[in-house]
Design a binder for this molecule. Sequence first.
Ligand code: B12
Ligand code: SF4
Ligand code: SF4
Length: 366
Amino acid sequence: MLTRADRDWIEARALAAGFDLAGIATVPAETSVEAGQNDLRFTEWIAAGHAGEMEYLKRANEAGELLRGDLRRAMPWAKSVIVCALNYNANGPRSIEPAPATAGWIARYAWSGRETKGSDYHDVLLPRLRAVESELKQRFNDACETRCYVDTGPVLERGYAKRAGVGWIGKNTCVINQQQGSWLLLGVIVTSLELAADAWALPAADRCGSCTRCIDACPTDALIAPGQMDASRCIAYLTIEKKGSIAEDLRPLMGRQVFGCDICQDVCPWNRRAPIATSDALPARSELVNPALEWLAGMDGATFNRWFRGSPLERTRRKRVLRNVAIAMGNSGERSFLPQLESWASSDDAALAEAAAWAIRQLSPE
Ligand code: B12
Ligand code: SF4
Ligand code: SF4
């Protein structure tokens, strides 16, 4: 059983390991209304098709129950979740500020790396989680099960972050902390240790109030209700996760976003005074802030690898990034991109060729 003193100790060890925020959440009792509601919400979200083609979110157990609907389906021993958050805010412009029409946008969390080599947040967060995990094991003489995850586990990390008091879930669906804002990356340690009732965290109060800036600013209307997203319309999904061709009606709405999207966080008043990351683990590379579309377009395989090996862009791969660059060029109004687009229009890659042909039509309506 984790006492209040254990909780304080764990949170302090997480901060010492290099996180900016930490908290512990109980896994709601299997029979509780909350557990049922979370499961139902997630199940309905999947059933409505809001996950698009993100098949990993739809994994189910033999009984056909979604693993992410209740983390006990994959880890029956789970009693609490330690949630750690790292601020990745960099001193750079927001995507909603004016920028040259020849520049694209890469999401803030993917600016990081040193010189020409990327760094992926998973590689930064996981070792820090493991450091906390190993201290935890020592303290409890190995008498506990633990698993560390950044993204990839069957865990609704945001839900647990809310329950651990790390922040509230904003209308843009992001976890927002009153002092740190929402430029936070989350990592979790699922454990079999139970949190004593008097050590439970108070969930962070919802401070969105009557604001609806994120919903109003979302170009593709992906925020279908406060705190609810149709991810299949979200530009982050379209540019990072969606393979093949992107629906034609969404392309003009994507603007010049090449990888991810920060709009609903850039407009959020809680990010106006968000502190810059104190850890230098994810330093921003200036070339990736408003990157020149022509520069990205001209990258051959070796150059792409040099810049993005070990970065979140690596998983999306060069061909898909080029497809996004083609769409961004089509939305730029810059006819100087036509020769590049014409060369792509005969590419072997069907999605790139089709995106380029579409972009050419955008730039030459006649
Ligand atoms: C799939 C995914 C996406 C998808 C879908 C996003 C979404 N809003 O669902 C896409 C590709 C669009 C995406 C985009 C981005 N993502 Co993403 N993504 C994920 C991932 C892997 C799963 C999220 C998921 O299951 N979504 C399904 C919805 C239904 O679940 P949910 O968001 O968790 O919300 C539900 C639960 O929290 C539940 N709930 C509420 N209270 C409680 C309480 C309890 C106890 C429980 C169990 C549940 C629960 O109700 C909510 C509604 O159903 C998580 C990592 C993870 N394992 O959780 C990262 C994650 C959410 N993403 C992250 C980031 C950084 C981003 C981007 C900013 C990247 C970018 N710049 O492009 C954008 C932000 C867009 C946005 N406004 O959300 C961070 C978010 C950090 C934060 N501050 O919130 C995460 C946590 C990754 C990480 N390890 O840091 N992402
Ligand atoms: S990330 Fe962009 S597209 Fe996705 S919900 Fe936010 S504003 Fe909309
Ligand atoms: S923009 Fe407004 S409504 Fe949206 S998350 Fe921020 S405070 Fe909440």
